[in-house]
Write a protein that binds this ligand. Structure first.
Ligand code: 7UC
Ligand code: FE
Length: 279
């Protein structure tokens, strides 16, 4: 979308873009030239912003901005390098996952920075019928323990203690493995390779790691070639701000293996609606 200016956009324009995020799942605003504070203002037009819970990820002057970066500023690390290189939905391990992710690349490598997406409504529709039946009423359990980055102050701590401390701070969250999107009414899967560690029935009985593996495989999350029909790639140009529906899409960052300088900002917004429609 060309010509968007968050400082002059009307409420009607914002709500039109919001509708398009729900319908099209990804919306790209082209040729944006704003700083971290501007991104906070832009994001806030779409919903209540929530910052990332670990301070090491936060922008030094705009804590609501999550920074992924391997670029030193004045010799100092800002944000965290190589975040999100695994299939996930943002904050899936928290009581209230975000409705919208607003992503703004600051520095792009020559090639190889993009985001892979899977539409989880399409993924649900494509599951074999027996899996769909097994997931009916099932609960997926999510934890950040495998992917949260260790902080500088964590060095020399025993790994076991570190892992325990992650879940003391953030106990695993449980949501229906399949649910109805509160706006579009689509049935969708809500399981990710990074954060989902267990699927149980409604009474808490483990449905087994083989079931989880099959869900991940059939939805495309175990495909090392990224050629699975559920997967699509969005690549970036400087000036792009990408907004996506974080309920329906899972995503995975594509990082340049050569470790050339790359940096991105993101803000994340709630939309005031529950994660899923009550049945
Ligand atoms: O370091 C990372 O890749 C951050 C990840 C564990 N969480 C991103 C999020 O919003 O859930
Ligand atoms: Fe992410």
């Amino acid at each position: 979308m060309e010509g968007f200016d968050h400082t002059s956009a009307t409420e009607a324009e914002i709500s039109e873009i919001r509708d398009r995020i729900y319908q099209d799942k990804v919306v790209v605003l082209k040729n944006q030239q704003i700083d971290a504070a501007g991104l906070v203002q832009l994001g806030a037009r779409f919903g209540e912003l929530v910052g990332y819970y670990e301070p090491i990820y936060q922008h030094p002057t705009e804590p609501l901005v999550f920074v992924s970066s391997n670029v030193l500023h004045g010799g100092k690390q800002v944000g965290v390098p190589k975040t999100g290189a695994f299939w996930h939905a943002d904050y899936q391990f928290m009581p209230q996952p975000f409705a919208f992710t607003v992503f703004y690349p600051q520095r792009l490598p020559g090639q190889g920075r993009g985001t892979y997406f899977i539409d989880m409504a399409q993924a649900y529709a494509g599951l074999s019928a027996d899996l769909q039946n097994l997931l009916d009423g099932a609960i997926a359990h999510h934890s950040v323990r495998r992917y949260i980055k260790i902080r500088p102050e964590d060095v020399y701590k025993p790994l076991g203690q570190l892992i325990d401390s992650v879940e003391e701070k953030l106990p695993p969250q449980s949501f229906p493995a399949v649910f109805t999107h509160p706006v579009t009414g689509e049935r969708q899967l809500y399981v990710s390779e990074a954060f989902t560690f267990k699927i149980t029935d409604a009474d808490g009985n483990d449905l087994g790691s083989e079931l989880l593996r099959r869900v991940l495989e059939e939805s495309g999350q175990l495909d090392p070639t990224f050629e699975h029909p559920n997967i699509f790639l969005n690549t970036y140009e400087l000036g792009d701000i990408v907004l996506w529906d974080n309920r329906t899409l899972i995503h995975r960052a594509l990082h340049n293996p050569s470790n050339s300088p790359v940096e991105s900002y993101r803000v994340t917004a709630l939309d005031g609606l529950p994660l899923y429609q009550m049945e």
